[in-house]
Design a protein around this ligand. Structure first.
Ligand code: BG6
Length: 492
């Protein structure tokens, strides 16, 4: 059972409300937390414990997988929550915080274990870490873990600087960098499915796989995050982290042991093998940088990105990013990985399609029929499951061949009840399992790859390629696949 004090910095923010409190509640209800824990909510604004507990309850009612408990049981859970108003630049406040946490440690018998969750802007990570040390919060005999959210820097130099600050206070093994895609059920299942099935591994290479397509599409625009997003763009917001992590999960070699460091060692080898773009011209050929303009969706005209709140009206920021990526190693030489992500696309979908090479031409020529290739699809969202597309005999006497589907989707009801990504990740961090967190070398290699693309875009000083809101992005994304004789498979 976990015994720890969870210190949530940014406790009045959106992430705490939508993800963290509901995750803690689910862990509690499912018996994973036991009673030896406390949660300290920290933010600048003043709040009494009662007010804070009622905020937590509201968040749980609205966002948790489990119904909020009735009074008696609720009060027992809520007793574990405390609030403290804190100015994170003031070390004196951290000393007081340390007093409070020591008290909670004794009261709930948490063995001096502390998990610091920074749901804050990354500019503050360094200061908070120093003040945790200066304020005495790391002077207990238990473990001290730091959980941080992306973005981890803006490019490699800023990420290095940030990492340098954190490393002055925490060991790498105590830093848990969240990439919430790695907490998703089906993303974790990629590894299990690949390595636990004997028929997959012999096919999992460039002899049998023609290409891999990864789609992370969203229907939303930038909503109220224009300020952050206009600075970041799709390449940094989704590409550097979630998309490259998904490539790593698909392409990694089987680890020698299912141990966090062995798994992360294999992932980092993939990131190191990404073929770097050699010139701006090469980036232009293989990467699309799109931005949405006005478009009609369900009879409603949606605004252009440049007209969104807190967005520069001449912005060059991409809301869509597509690339042809190569993993230059023995297994994957020559296999394109096509990745795309964007806002205001026609559906909210996360999926990976593996297209297998076709059987030799001419075998079924008598049918005058072009066979469709076999596909293996990992559906991450909205449904969770695995789908195979194969060829089989057409029913009846015609003797034709027709595609059939083997579909292992969880029913939507089951899907609804699978733990949220944040729930898994928070639980893993509290147990000290870092498998699904990104290690510094992964982050650094991912930045190196992405920085080269960003640099080419900066040099070009061109407008992005525009696409209508509600469309699948710039046409060039199709042309890049067509060059190799491929097409984007429709969403499954
Ligand atoms: C976040 C991005 O990391 O992922 C957001 O910052 C994006 O821009 C979100 O909307 C998508 O996550 P999910 O889990 O809804 O696919």
């Amino acid at each position: 059972m976990i015994g720890a004090v969870f210190l949530i910095f940014g406790a009045t923010g959106d992430l705490a409300k939508r993800k963290l409190f509901p995750a803690i509640y689910s862990m509690y209800r499912e018996g994973k937390l036991g009673e030896n824990f406390a949660v300290v909510g920290l933010a600048r604004r003043p709040r009494s414990n009662d007010e804070f507990r009622s905020d937590v309850r509201e968040a749980i009612v609205e966002f948790a997988r489990h119904d909020a408990a009735e009074n008696g049981e609720w009060n027992k859970f809520a007793e574990h929550f405390q609030y403290m108003s804190l100015d994170i630049h003031n070390v004196e406040g951290f000393r007081q915080l340390n007093g409070l946490v020591n008290e909670l440690d004794r009261k709930f018998d948490t063995n001096g274990n502390r998990l610091f969750y920074l749901a804050l802007a990354p500019e503050l990570f360094g200061d908070v870490s120093f003040n945790l040390r200066e304020g005495g919060l790391l002077q207990t005999t238990g473990w001290h873990r730091l959980v941080i959210e992306k973005p981890f820097g803006y490019d490699l130099p800023t990420a290095q600087k940030l990492n340098g600050q954190l490393r002055q206070v925490f060991e790498e093994s105590d830093i848990y960098r969240i990439d919430h895609y790695l907490g998703k059920e089906m993303v974790q299942n990629i590894g299990v499915f690949r390595f636990a099935n004997s028929f997959i591994e012999p096919l999992w290479n460039n002899k049998h796989i023609a290409n891999i397509q990864i789609t992370l599409s969203e229907t939303v625009g930038v909503e109220e995050r224009g300020g952050y997003y206009d600075h970041a763009g799709a390449l940094r917001d989704m590409g550097q982290n979630h998309m490259l992590q998904m490539i790593a999960m698909m392409a990694m070699e089987p680890p020698s042991r299912m141990h966090p460091e062995d798994i992360r060692d294999e992932k980092v080898k993939v990131l190191r093998s990404l073929r770097a773009f050699e010139s701006d011209e090469a980036v232009k050929e293989d990467v699309v940088r799109g931005q949405y303009v006005q478009g009609e969706v369900n009879g409603k005209m949606l605004p252009a990105y440049r007209d969104e709140d807190k967005v520069n009206p001449d912005s060059h920021t991409e809301t869509y990013f597509m690339a042809r990526v190569f993993v230059d190693n023995f297994r994957w030489a020559g296999v394109p990985f096509y990745i795309r992500t964007g806002k205001r696309l026609p559906s909210k979908t996360t999926e990976v399609v593996v297209e297998f090479k076709n059987i030799p031409d001419g075998v079924y020529l008598a049918e005058k029929q072009k066979l469709e290739p076999n596909l293996l699809v990992f559906r991450v969202h909205p449904e969770e499951g695995i789908y195979f597309k194969m060829n089989a005999k057409d029913q009846g006497a015609s003797g034709g061949i027709t595609p059939i589907a083997l579909d292992f989707s969880h029913s939507s009801e089951v899907g609804f009840n699978t733990p949220e990504a944040y729930e898994r990740l928070l639980y893993d961090a509290a147990r000290g399992d870092s498998t699904y967190f990104t290690r510094w070398d992964e982050v650094a290699h991912a930045w190196e790859y992405v920085d080269r693309i960003a640099q080419a875009w900066r040099n070009a000083e061109e407008d992005p390629e525009f696409y209508a809101a509600g469309s699948w992005g710039p046409e060039r994304a199709n042309e890049i696949l067509a060059k190799n004789g491929f097409k984007w498979w429709p969403i499954f």
